[in-house]
Every structure is written in structure tokens, then in C-alpha cells.
Design a protein around this ligand. Structure first.
Ligand code: NAD
Length: 469
């Protein structure tokens, strides 16, 4: 029988109402089990969070900082265990897992150091009016399966330092690293301040709708985000929605193909393309189109696809069977409607592997161009007119990120101003410092994470208005 990781509820590591297997996507076989919570445990966690909130909120920033620093130390002490568990449950190569665990520790420390001081609006001999930022209460942190640790930490760190308590609900296929965070927190944080609930995709709705939850911080698909939005209405709870994207990489005609191709390839293929901000479609000027297709195809053929635990693997498996089936379907469309430059097939080796795929000559209305593929299958489209390319990019219902590739960064900045999305990078990608806000335009989300804006999302303004006389 495989080992089972437990839930953290009210300061105790407890069994779930049941257990569920967790599959290693590199083999397709279960390797560990996770406790599975039921709605009674959900209610217990919300009640414990509400009991813990007043004392946690009354602590000073310095007191909460000391707890968060110890939490970061606790994760760091088990760094390699976290990294290996992340590769086993998520699939990413071990060096990328180590990078995510490093970011988790750094994120906890960064947010631990933040402090929102009261803002004096007016201070005269007669009166003083001050704006304070109060915490909200129990925060539900709901996460997807592509970056189970770092996407939780950009919620957890800001929510805890500003005085909220957090219930983390990971995706059902990647619960283990979140449960391990709970194990670490059990010995460090006061009961109810951080809790973990793993589910079989059945508790996200009840958690979002729960009257005892004050804020839902959700990262996941746009379809589920809309359900979260509707479940916040009855209690008018606050929410942050980080949703899907269909980011374009826009290549300008002054770009150096040899230089940008590896960067675009990485932007599309890191984490096997399962990144909300991955480059999901490439628009290239016709004069560079053939060369770029060829360069990306060469990179795809050379990339080492394999089990993330094997030294040298650059691209791991697709994280779960449902996503794998979706990508196999996109591959069939790519073969039918376009020209496959490289890849184009699943790989017969156990687990959920597909060959990194580059596709050209697809029509603009192909589903692989219009939808979020969320995998290592990249379509390239030629353009003759830059304005038309920008219009095609902006026609998407999504607006999460995007990249511009150019020999002239200043020109790139002018073009970036025309792209309707939350972030546009020029000649770089996935640079997401903790002090820079990040979030979506249009149906890619509402609200921001990270930066001052991200911290403020977990607070509300409270005015204290004093007559001095
Ligand atoms: P998903 O929406 O299927 O699931 C996300 C989480 O929501 C899971 O924990 C799931 O159990 C939970 N959930 C399911 N039903 C729910 C409900 N009714 N109410 C509340 N929660 C519910 O997404 P996924 O397939 O796990 O992740 C992939 C998606 O996430 C992609 O669209 C990707 O672009 C997006 N994503 C966005 C960001 C961002 O920051 N914008 C980051 C990473 C991933």
C-alpha cells in the first residue's frame, strides 16, 4: 500500500473521509495516496479558520513575519523532498521542480517582508483621517495542476502577512506538495491559520460558496472561474480570478530568427507548454515565416522528452490523462488542417507523453489557434500586415500575456502598447518578479496577484476619522 499524505485541519494532521491515488504522469501508475476531504471536513476547516482569524489578524506585521520566516525555513529544510514529490506528481523535470521550490521559499520570504502601513489622508490640529487596510478573514486558495506550489505561494504569502487565514485546495491530480506544505506548517503556524483540503474535484464549488469564506483566490480555467464568480454572489464575498490565456508571440520583421527561436521555443514548451502564460500561437512576418518554422522544428526534434526524474529530460509528460486526451485531439487536427513541421504524435512509452509539435499553415479559425491548447503543440501563422496581426491577436476572448520579439526594443514597446492583455514581455518571457503585479485582461481574469496590488486584494480599506478637539 502506498504512503498517504494527510490533511491539515485546525492544527492537526488528519486522515480524510477517504483516500485517493495520485498518479505519476511519467508512468501512468499511482505512486502515493492523498487524504480526500468531505464536506464535513470542509465545514470544520472553515470553522477553525474563523476561530483562528481574530488572533492572527491582531498580530503585528513583525509577529506574522516571524512565523512566515520559520515557515520558509521549514520548507527549505525539506527542499529536495518537495522537489522530488513535485516532479513525481506533476511531471516537470527535476531541475524545473527545484526552481519552483526555490521560488516557493523565496516567495514566502518576500511576502513575509511586506508591510502595509496606514495612510494618513489628512492630519490637522482639528482632525486626523487615516486609511487602514484590514484583512478579510478566511481565504480559499484554489489552485490548478501546472505549478501546484508557486501558484499557491503567491496567494498564501500575501494573504497571511496581511492578517488573513488560508485554506488551500489543490487540484485533484496534484495534491501532494500542498499536503506536504501542510505537514511543514503543522509544527510552525497556529492552528487554523493555514489548512489543506484535498478533494476529488468536488469541494471547489462548496468552498467558494461557503458563507464562512471571505475571499476566494482562484487560479484555473476560465470556465471554472465563471462558476467561482457566480458562487461568490450570495455572500458578496471578494475574489481574485487568474484564468486561462491564449498568448501570442508576435515576431517583428527586424527580429533575428536564430537568436529568438530558442527563446520562443522555451516560451511555448517550458513545463510541457502547461503554463497559463505560455506562447500559444506565433505570428511571424511572411519574410521570416519559413526560417522560423524550420528553426522551431529543429529545436522540437532535438528536445529531450522524458521522465522528469531522469537526468537530461527537458520536457516531461502531460500532467493528467484528460489533458493528454485533449492534446491528442489537437494533434489530429494539426495533421488534418495544417502542416506538421515536427512532432505531431503521442509517444508510445507509458505515461502521458507527446512529441513537442510545431505546426504551420493552419487557418486562423482552427481550434488550435483560437483555443487554449495548454500543451507542447505550437501553431505558427504568417502575416503580411502588422496591424492585421495585432487585430488577430486582440480578437481573442483571452488577454493574459504575450510577447514581442524584435531587434528594436523601443519599437517593441510601441507595439506592446497595442496588445490588449495584462502583461506583454519584449524579448523575454515569464519574468514574474514578486513586486510586479500580474493578472489578466478580458476573460483571462479579474484582479491582480503579486506587487502592492496583489497584497491589497487580500485587504479592505477602513477609514478611521477622528475629531481631535
Ligand atoms: P480547472 O479550472 O479545471 O481547476 C482549477 C481548480 O479549480 C482545481 O483545484 C479544481 O479542483 C477547482 N475547481 C473545480 N470545480 C470548481 C468549482 N466549481 N469551483 C471552484 N473550484 C473548482 O483548471 P486546471 O485544468 O486545473 O488548470 C488549467 C487552467 O488554469 C488553464 O486554463 C490555465 O491557463 C489556467 N491557469 C491560469 C493561471 C493564471 O495565473 N492566470 C495560472 C495557471 C493556470
Amino acid at each position: 500500500m502506498e504512503k498517504t499524505l494527510r490533511l491539515l485541519i485546525d492544527g492537526q494532521l488528519v486522515d480524510g473521509a477517504g483516500t485517493m491515488p495520485v498518479i505519476n504522469p511519467a508512468t501512468g501508475a499511482a505512486f502515493m495516496r492523498a487524504a480526500r476531504a468531505d464536506t464535513a471536513q470542509l465545514d470544520a476547516a472553515v470553522a477553525a479558520g474563523r476561530r483562528a482569524f481574530p488572533a492572527w489578524a491582531r498580530h503585528s506585521y513583525a509577529e506574522r513575519r516571524a512565523y512566515l520566516e520559520r515557515f520558509a525555513d521549514g520548507v527549505e529544510a525539506r527542499f529536495e523532498e518537495f522537489a522530488r514529490l513535485l516532479t513525481m506528481e506533476q511531471g516537470k523535470p527535476l531541475d524545473q521542480a527545484r526552481f519552483e521550490v526555490g521560488g516557493t521559499v523565496a516567495g514566502l520570504r518576500y511576502f513575509a517582508a511586506q508591510d502595509i502601513a496606514p495612510h494618513v489622508i489628512r492630519d490637522t490640529p482639528e482632525e486626523r483621517i487615516t486609511e487602514h487596510r484590514s484583512p478579510l478573514g478566511v481565504v480559499a486558495a484554489i489552485t490548478p495542476w501546472n505549478f501546484p506550489l508557486i501558484l499557491l505561494v503567491v496567494k498564501l504569502g500575501p494573504a497571511l502577512i496581511t492578517g488573513n487565514v488560508v485554506i488551500a485546495k489543490p487540484a485533484p491530480s496534484t495534491p501532494l506538495t500542498t499536503l506536504l506544505l501542510g505537514e511543514v506548517a503543522a509544527d510552525i503556524l497556529p492552528a487554523g491559520v493555514f489548512q489543506t483540503l484535498a478533494d476529488a474535484n468536488d469541494l471547489g464549488g462548496p468552498l467558494s460558496a461557503h458563507a464562512g469564506v471571505a475571499h476566494v483566490s482562484f487560479t484555473g480555467s476560465t470556465a471554472t472561474g465563471k462558476k467561482v464568480l457566480s458562487s461568490t454572489i450570495d455572500t458578496l464575498k471578494r475574489f481574485t480570478l487568474e484564468l486561462g490565456g491564449n498568448d501570442a508571440a508576435l515576431v517583428l520583421d527586424d527580429a533575428d530568427v536564430a537568436k529568438i527561436a530558442p527563446m520562443i521555443f522555451n516560451a511555448a514548451m517550458v513545463n510541457a507548454g502547461q503554463v497559463c502564460l505560455a506562447a500559444k500561437r506565433v505570428y511571424a512576418p511572411r519574410v521570416l515565416y519559413d526560417d522560423l518554422c524550420k528553426a522551431l522544428g529543429d529545436l522540437a526534434r532535438r528536445a529531450v522528452v522524458g521522465d522528469g526524474m531522469e537526468q537530461g529530460s527537458q520536457i516531461g509528460p502531460i500532467q493528467n490523462a484528460a489533458q493528454y486526451a485533449k492534446l491528442v485531439d489537437y494533434l489530429a487536427q494539426a495533421r488534418e488542417e495544417g502542416t506538421v513541421v515536427a512532432g505531431g504524435e503521442p509517444l508510445e512509452r507509458g505515461g502521458y507523453f507527446i512529441a513537442p509539435t510545431i505546426v504551420r499553415d493552419l487557418p486562423h479559425d482552427a481550434r488550435l489557434v483560437q483555443e487554449e491548447q495548454f500543451g507542447p503543440v505550437l501553431p505558427l501563422l504568417p502575416y503580411d500586415d502588422l496591424d492585421a496581426a495585432i487585430a488577430a491577436i486582440n480578437a481573442s476572448e483571452y488577454g493574459l500575456g504575450g510577447t514581442i520579439w524584435t531587434g528594436d526594443p523601443d519599437r517593441g514597446e510601441q507595439v506592446a502598447a497595442l496588445i490588449n492583455s495584462g502583461t506583454v514581455w519584449i524579448n523575454r518571457h515569464l519574468d514574474l518578479p514578486f513586486d510586479v503585479p500580474f493578472g489578466g485582461a478580458k476573460q483571462s481574469g479579474i484582479g491582480r496577484q503579486q506587487g502592492l496590488e496583489g497584497l491589497l486584494e487580500f485587504t479592505q480599506a477602513k477609514i478611521i476619522n477622528m475629531a481631535k478637539a
